[in-house]
Design a protein around this ligand. Structure first.
Ligand SMILES: [Zn+2]
Length: 461
């Protein structure tokens, strides 16, 4: 898979020739922790050597060294809605959360990324602002079906669509016939479709619902997800195209996913930290910070999602970082508050805390935060510590606790459903291509992130 990396920052500090040696007693290598020294030169890992107590950087014994995380589901909303987030604040939050590569969603920026002109506008907006590397999803909407190849050739890693209203007028959803047509088109160049799977036939009408979370949850029942996921499975089976379900919230939908995968349908699925670590029973009345679609469901459902993590049905855990302004999130009516959860910076700590409480080894969830999302987005070679990989590294203290303070996060808006919660696991430092881009307690100032543009895969005729 060819990947073209271009610098989004003119005159960026060159790391060529710079050599670094980072040693730790616990380095995540090949699925396990062991003592090692990671050597990099010019931003690329050149060797993994035995632990060297004299290395220039030696992590304290309570820290582990991880590969930089990959988050393939992030809404940075720039250009056009920079009051919601933006490349500068969003990528700073990523760096502080141990995420060194993100894939930006085609909405809720203005314009939405459904044309090559819109992609150009997005790339221009990103220039000079990136603290971490950024790739782009394109959008598949009724208006651009038939011309997706052009946008793929411009470098997007795949296409996002909705099967129900997106909440944004300029990003329309696909009906059943359009979904099938879209997948058939993508199959001609082995493109990937990532799908927001809720069936509008089972969603209640929009509008005021009041402050009770249960009323909001009931307005988007699990059946809406199941029906939509079945539709995607059937269309992927018929067309032979690759499909991915974003933010699966309903654990009951996983049986269909298991069966489809066993049958050989080209399907992957992701879930998110909020579905794995929060539950409907604990959502306070009127707390718009917890509103997202599909909704966070009950504790029993959460157990089903964790079962899908453990048995490998779920391929990735990604943030679906989708912030909005304090004003839009603050409406105490769950029907009227804007949907979308800000979780980019706290995802690793939240998932780690809950996994540990459930008795799961840290090693077992790390692939879902690194190589899993990298593979889905076609960014193979990221999310690993091995010679030849970029030196994207994270020092993480897995036993240290902290209390989430939304105002202290790097987001544009101080909104987090984990605000006030005590989480276990602290990101202490993040390196991008061997260069420190975040140190706990300091602001993110380095802007050495790059764009990743993906070459369209060749398909044998
Ligand atoms: Zn999203």
């Amino acid at each position: 898979m060819l990947i073209t990396v271009t610098s989004a920052k003119r005159g960026a500090l060159s790391v060529a020739g710079m050599s670094t040696r980072i040693a730790a007693r616990r380095v995540y290598l090949d699925g396990e922790f062991r003592p090692a020294t990671v050597v990099s030169e010019g931003g690329v890992i050149t060797a993994v050597e035995p632990f060297d107590a004299a290395a220039e950087t030696v992590l304290p014994g309570d820290s582990v060294l991880l590969p930089g995380l990959v988050d393939s589901h992030v809404h940075l909303d720039e250009p056009g809605r920079t009051e919601w987030e933006g490349f500068a604040t969003g990528t700073a939050a990523a760096a502080a959360g141990g995420v060194t590569t993100i894939v930006d969603m085609p909405l809720n920026s203005l314009p939405v990324t459904t044309t090559t002109d819109a992609l150009d506008a997005k790339r221009a907006a990103a220039a000079g602002k990136l603290a971490v590397d950024v790739a782009y999803w394109g959008g598949a909407v009724p208006e651009n079906l038939g011309s997706l190849r052009e946008l793929a050739d411009a470098g997007v890693v795949g296409f996002k669509c909705f099967l129900s209203p997106s909440g944004i007028d300029e990003f329309g959803h696909l009906d059943a016939e359009q979904l099938e047509r879209c997948l058939a088109e993508l199959a001609t160049f082995d493109g990937l479709l990532i799908v927001h799977a809720e069936d509008p036939a089972h969603l209640h009408a929009d509008g005021a619902l009041g402050p009770r979370y249960r009323d909001f949850e009931a307005s988007r029942p699990p059946l809406s997800e199941r029906a939509a996921i079945r539709r995607v499975i059937e269309a992927a089976r018929r067309t032979g195209a690759r499909a991915h379900i974003v933010h699966v919230a309903d654990g009951g939908a996983l049986d269909d996913v298991r069966a489809a995968k066993a049958e050989g349908v080209r399907l992957t699925v992701e879930t998110c930290p909020h579905y794995l670590t929060l539950d409907a029973e604990a959502v306070p009345d009127g707390a718009g910070a917890f509103k997202c679609c599909p909704p966070i469901r009950g504790g029993d459902n959460r157990d089903l999602l964790w079962a899908g993590i453990v048995d490998g049905t779920i391929d990735a855990i990604v943030s679906d970082h989708s912030p909005a302004t304090v004003e839009l999130k603050g409406n105490p009516d769950f029907g009227l508050a804007w949907g979308g959860i800000a979780g980019l910076q706290t995802g690793l700590s939240a998932v780690h805390s809950t996994a540990r409480a459930r008795g799961l080894a840290f090693e077992s969830i790390l692939p879902l935060l690194t190589t899993g999302p990298a593979r889905i987005a076609g960014l193979d070679g990221l999310g690993v510590i091995e010679p030849g990989a970029p030196a994207h590294l994270v020092a993480f203290a897995p036993d240290e606790e902290f209390v989430v303070d939304a105002a202290a996060l790097e987001y544009r808006n101080p909104v987090s459903p984990w605000h006030g919660q005590t989480l276990t696991g602290v990101v202490r430092e993040t390196w991008l291509r061997g260069e420190s881009v975040y140190r706990r307690g300091s602001a993110v100032t380095e802007r050495g992130g790059r764009e990743i543009l993906r070459a369209t895969a060749a398909v044998d005729a």
